[in-house]
Design a protein around this ligand. Structure first.
Ligand code: NAP
Length: 354
């Protein structure tokens, strides 16, 4: 009690005095003292206010700590998926360009063999040659299938995977993008065929491919499924409604599948992760948004560093995390206004270019 009395009698406005008295212990002593002061001062409203304030500070510090750990310090779990004695294989869809190409390069550099998927055999053969030249010990194969077709193009890919001279342990559902030209079109002015194409490439193909390959991935555990989503799928960006919808679909698909696989067997370990990707320079996207924009290679690298982070829907890069979280600080009404004016600017820029 003597200890409490000493604290409560102290003039807490003079921080220097406490620093002089207690040295490095000054900070916890000062706040401990304030807490005891409030406790004994009989002003009941101050105590809960002080508790809530301190909890908010602790929560914010914990969130900041988790952010630093998750994006800058935590080692990736990716090496766990390179385990097959006959060689571990990764299937990267849409691997002839952009982020998919970035993924292929990164996986090969980390010891995996890669099955490239795309629609253009010449481009795929060129990528295969370039990788072989740089990494002669890795095996690279490719398979051609047009993901925009509604006629089960995934079957050819699944057949090719079955013939691989090793085990598939990673599936990257990267193929996708905005398939309309011009890019920004109101839904009412989008043709039925354009909507079908967008859904086929961005949603139907990835889910059917995943469904077809799942038994193999479950046999080859630990295994990994990466889905490439977009900030458009989180915000619901106007004038690209079909695309944004399919990217939201990938996030929900990943969450469902991850939970389903966790429940179905304790042994089967298939990690499912959906990356919310922001602006990335690629074959389909040359727009440069200050602070956010990065190269396809940087984006792929960022995704692989995040493998095993424990979040099913997460971000490829801390810059994308900050911009999305920043937007969510705005009330919904203002967030929508910002999105609308930003996209209308892009519509105007696109009209000028065309
Ligand atoms: N770039 C961004 O800013 C951004 C932002 C958010 C999310 N994402 C997502 O990231 C993923 C990759 O985007 P990206 O910008 O890297 O795209 P990209 O540069 O346009 O590359 C797309 C890849 O997919 C292939 N492809 C496209 N349509 C196909 C089809 N119908 N059948 C088979 N292959 C097809 C392309 O083949 P070809 O070489 O033959 O064209 C290419 O290899 C997409 O899912 C996209 O939605 C990108």
């Amino acid at each position: 009690m003597d200890y409490i009395a000493r604290f409560t009698e102290m003039d807490f406005s003079t921080r220097q005095e406490i620093v002089d008295r207690f040295g490095p212990l000054a900070f916890p002593m000062y706040y401990g003292g304030r807490f005891l002061h409030v406790w004994s001062s009989n002003i009941r409203i101050q105590l809960p206010a002080s508790i809530i304030g301190n909890l908010i500070i602790l929560y914010t510090l914990a969130q900041f700590g988790l952010f630093i750990w998750g994006y800058f310090l935590r080692p990736s779990r990716l090496p766990v998926y390179c385990h097959a004695e006959t060689g571990s294989w990764v299937l990267v869809t849409g691997a002839s360009d952009g982020i998919g190409r970035g993924f292929a390069d990164e996986f090969v550099a980390r010891g995996f063999n890669v099955l490239l998927h795309g629609r253009n055999p010449e481009k795929l053969a060129k990528v295969k040659r370039e990788i072989n030249l740089r990494w002669p010990k890795r095996q690279v194969e490719f398979v051609v299938a047009d993901a925009s077709s509604g006629d089960h193009p995934e079957d050819a890919v699944i057949e090719k995977v079955k013939q691989l001279p090793g085990k598939l342990t990673v599936l990257v559902n990267n193929v996708g993008g905005i398939t309309t030209k011009p890019i920004y079109v109101p839904l009412s002015e989008t043709t039925s065929e354009a909507v079908e194409t967008c859904i086929n490439v961005n949603a139907r193909f990835p889910i059917q491919l995943t469904r077809g390959l799942l038994p193999m991935l479950q046999d080859n555990t630990p295994s990994l499924i990466i889905n490439c989503s977009s900030t458009a799928g989180v915000h619901g960006v106007p004038y690209i409604a079909a695309y944004a919808g399919t990217k939201g679909f990938l996030n929900s698909l990943s969450q469902s599948l991850h939970t389903e696989l966790k429940r179905s067997s304790l042994k089967a370990e298939v990690e499912v992760i959906s990356f919310v990707i922001g602006n990335v320079i690629s074959a389909n996207n040359k727009s440069d948004v200050p602070f956010v924009t990065m190269s396809s290679a940087e984006c792929a690298k960022g995704c692989l560093a995040r493998v095993g982070c424990g979040e099913v829907v997460t971000f490829a890069h801390w810059k994308h995390f900050l911009t999305v979280q920043g937007m969510f600080l705005l009330p919904e009404k203002y967030r929508r206004t910002v999105l609308l004016s930003e996209t209308e600017q892009r519509v105007a820029d696109e009209k000028k270019r065309l």
